[in-house]
Design a protein around this ligand. Structure first.
Ligand code: HOZ
Length: 432
């Protein structure tokens, strides 16, 4: 299937060439539109709430480079600071004062973080935090939740979300059994299942890692008491609680899900927004645990480009912008209009749908009732989502090309953008 109502000739040419050069024509699987059908559009430039493809078509963007672009793409303050930083060099491989600035901002914002280590991606942050959980507790087993995605490291490719869910791959060839034999899984929002795992593995579980609000199996919120229950269970079993806030950090509140829900984990992973659109990740938490990390302690983890001045600069400027009064109120207002509007339109046009939003993160499943975990999410009508996605794209709205990914807004989105999006959704859903 090719786009029908917009001209995408150049995109098609470039993507055809890309498929001979790179696996699937992409540098990351979800970009390939495999689950929604049709071909991906090839981007030429991005600015504010908009992206332009190589054929000159403009779209309102709700992917935001998969999360980082909460200030809108290429914000002038971020670009200006980056230009200045660029003149001083792209990478130092040595201590840089900007690391202190971003570290102080992160520590001041995120309740659990007393010390932080910068890395280059969310995957790296989660790999390192798992090693740290094991080093600190001297235990090997870890509990993760079905549909949660913590990057593509071997140990986490078990019932994972994101591209793994999108492509229907339960796990991946190439991952040795030994790498995942200590990864235990439970359904999200199921405290009883977690309790049973702790009881069946006494003194062996290093901790529990989760997306406190799931964004990689679609948008799924924690039931009342779930996060609090995990906090109690982990304390009771002397295990660590880790929030993977790569998506939710600085997005659903300045201090992330832990600020929003008032539950403080022992360790936290971050990425996306704290790099302002440049490659970054971070993990942090209690100083007694973080002191285990080399060279303070024996747990080894390193990186040539970690803490590089460009990523630090973009992160600092992004967080400064987010500190402006009214930012999160505005993000909540427009995202609520969008999420509620989509659900109302679905109802009026007789499509079973459910979903919601927290601040600048949202989602909608073509499924009846409500979604509390990955099993529920899998009942969503992905074929219908594919048609919806294509219809929206043809009307200038760029959504994540998978039912199993959350959507993101930015403070560059205007109420007019939201109304245009809803008008397009009404048109598409009326004809589905
Ligand atoms: N965590 C992001 C989406 N779930 C990454 C995007 C990607 O896999 O390319």
């Amino acid at each position: 299937m090719v786009n029908t109502s917009i001209k995408t000739t150049k995109s098609e040419e470039i993507f055809a060439a890309a498929q001979k050069l790179m696996p699937g024509g992409v540098s990351s699987p979800v970009r390939a539109f495999k689950s929604v059908g049709g071909q991906p559009i090839v981007f030429d430039r991005v600015k504010g709430a908009y992206v332009w493809d190589v054929d000159g078509n403009q779209y309102i963007d709700y992917v935001g480079t998969w999360g980082p672009a909460i200030c809108g793409h290429a914000h002038p303050d971020v670009i200006a600071a980056l230009k200045e930083a660029l003149e001083k060099g792209t990478s130092f491989g040595a201590p840089c004062a900007l690391e202190n600035v971003l570290a102080e901002m992160v520590i001041a914002a995120v309740p659990s973080i007393e010390m932080v280590r910068f890395v280059n991606s969310g995957t790296e942050a989660c790999m390192a935090v798992l090693r740290l959980m094991r080093a600190f507790t001297k235990r090997e087993k870890v509990i993760k939740f079905e549909g949660c995605y913590h990057g593509h490291a071997d140990m986490f490719l078990v019932k994972a979300g994101s591209g793994v869910a999108t492509l229907g791959l339960p796990d991946s060839p190439g991952v040795p059994k030994s790498a995942t034999s200590s990864t235990l899984t439970a359904p999200y929002n199921d405290l009883e299942a977690v309790k049973e795992l702790f009881e069946a593995n006494p003194g062996e579980i290093a901790g529990v890692i989760l997306e406190p609000v799931v964004g990689n199996a679609g948008f799924i919120t924690p039931d009342a008491g779930f996060l609090e229950g995990l906090r109690e269970l982990t304390q009771e079993h002397e295990a660590l609680l880790v929030f993977d806030e790569v998506m939710t950090g600085f997005r659903i509140a300045y201090g992330g899900a832990q600020e929003k829900f008032g539950v403080t984990p022992d360790l936290t992973t971050l990425g996306k927004i704290i790099g302002g659109g440049l490659p970054v990740g971070a993990y942090g938490g209690r100083s007694d645990i973080m002191s285990m990390v080399a060279p303070s302690g024996p747990m080894y983890q390193a990186g040539t480009l970690s803490g590089n001045p460009l990523a630090m600069t973009a992160g600092i400027e992004t967080l400064k912008l987010l500190q402006k009064p009214g930012t999160y109120e505005y993000l909540d207002k427009i995202t609520k209009q969008l999420a509620n509007g989509l659900l109302e339109i679905a109802k009026e046009t007789n499509h079973a749908a459910c979903g919601g939003q927290i601040s600048a993160m949202f989602g909608m499943f073509f499924a009846p009732g409500s979604v509390h975990n990955y099993e529920d999410a899998k009942r969503a009508d992905t074929k219908k989502f594919g048609l919806f996605h294509r219809g929206m794209l043809e009307r200038g709205i760029y959504l994540a090309p998978s039912q199993f990914e959350a959507g993101f807004t930015s403070f560059a989105h205007t109420e007019e953008d939201i109304q245009k999006t809803l008008a397009a959704a009404r048109d598409v859903m009326s004809n589905l």
